[in-house]
Design a protein around this ligand. Sequence first.
Ligand code: MGP
Length: 199
Amino acid sequence: MASETTAVIESSGGDTAVDKQPHKLYREWTFWFDNQSKPKQQGAAWGSSLRKAYTFHTVEDFWCLYDHVFRPNKLPGNADFHLFKAGIEPKWEDVECANGGKWTVISSRKETLDTMWRETLMALIGEQFDEAEEICGVVVSVRQRQDKLALWTKNAANEAVQMSIGRKWKEVLDITDKISYSFHDDSKRERSAKSRYFV
Ligand code: MGP
């Protein structure tokens, strides 16, 4: 068995069997999809169209899913894609999100939205944020009014952590416009809740 393995490795001329192992990510991630464009049953609660799509933990699976499915230009109007850490649901009600909030970036151009989404996904799965443990995930929303991205974090009250995440996200997105952070608790009370932090 050992010699067989060696043969495989040696016959591949440097492109070893070991090289062909998928590249594991630091953690598992899940893509979600919420298509709110379809007519809902009367009285259907928020989240009734939210679906868990795929959980993955390799670089190869990420690119396959991103290339074939999870690109904003494939979304109908009034729909969202989410990339969240596996085990966290993209809902205020999830225990990891319950005390959290979100940084929001508005996008006026489709191409910009696509690029910002991809850069954010790569930064998340590549663990580029110093406060990676404080992040829940990201949502891209295609809307008639304006498309947007929202980066969900866990502890809204910790201003220093949120400011650091916000600054890093702007760097990842290569933008200079001000972005704003709102608390989920405020959004629960009031639809157009005031933002609490700006960076
Ligand atoms: P939104 O989707 O965060 O705002 O919340 P958006 O995207 O600006 O609004 P849209 O009309 O463009 O989609 C919109 C509304 O959805 C909220 O006011 C809530 O009524 C409901 N809602 C949103 N989220 C994220 C949640 C959630 O996590 N839990 C519950 N229960 N309701 C939510």
